[in-house]
Ligand binder design. Sequence first.
Ligand code: NAP
Length: 309
Amino acid sequence: MNAAATNFERVAIIGLGLIGGSIGLAVRDHLPGVTTTGYDADPAVRKRAQERGLADTIYESASEAVHRADLVILCVPVGAMGEVAREIAPALAKGVLISDVGSSKQTVADALRAALPGREVIPAHPVAGTENSGPDAGFAQLFQQRWCIVTPPEGADPVQVSRLVSFWEALGAMVDTMDPQHHDLVLAVTSHIPHLIAYTIVGTASDLEDVTRSEVIKYSAGGFRDFTRIAASDPTMWRDVFLNNRDAVLVMLKRLLDDIGGMQKAIEESDGTALFDRFTRTRAIRRSIVALGQDDARPDFGRKDHDNG
Ligand code: NAP
């Protein structure tokens, strides 16, 4: 796809870590006519971004980076979105579209709207990522065959919505639109609660008294290892996600705790049928995810050494 297909000529990326860097690299590969500018608050990140070519030009301030952009994408932690929006507000060009990639949408939409009155703001969330962060983590293919959820506010200009949809499609993503509250509920159960479980179980295992930390690490292949991957995710990003998607996470957490209670009861009562039924249902969910091309069907996610216990 070329620049004409998305109608954007100059894309500013604020925050040059995993997601911002991947957008820059994907634009370079898929939209060669589009110019990118970038800024990150951390001078070391800006230097590395320059070396890796995460944007065509890296600026020393967010205002300079957005100056002539017709699309600005905020790729900073959710808790920093409002502050960045206030910083760039006076420097924005007429007619610019402002979007973001934050993992929660309602509070981000509110913060951006408050900081950018009268501006066209259309939030989005590429549901793609890894446990790595920073300017070395980004890669051009990150969004290939992954969903990007666009959450247009009421009254959003449909032309601008479709420009943003085309932009994400050009980077290889499949796009859905949703209202922000629904996005937050869906992501609470598909992403935020799984991270909460991983952070909890890895913390619990490392705090146990009767199993040593070295035993936990040594025998980690027994399921624990997959939790450690998720629990290695960026602490700032995830702190902000839980603080910003508080209500939806608490709703889903209550539901999960009820279900854990059900599992506890089934084990206490030696109710093998209840356990078997639940495990059969969950296996079917895994198979549908693989069938939809959203994960690797090979055993152990295609890892080379199959040492799972
Ligand atoms: P990341 O790799 O840590 O990159 C974020 C970058 O933004 C960091 O370099 C950070 O610098 C910089 N930054 C922080 N505050 C800033 C500010 N005020 N102005 C300019 N730059 C600032 O994080 P990421 O994984 O790319 O996540 C970025 C956003 O994408 C988050 O909102 C997250 O919720 C969302 N997201 C993440 C994933 C994922 O899997 N990681 C997936 C989808 C969406 P410092 O390190 O110095 O703070």
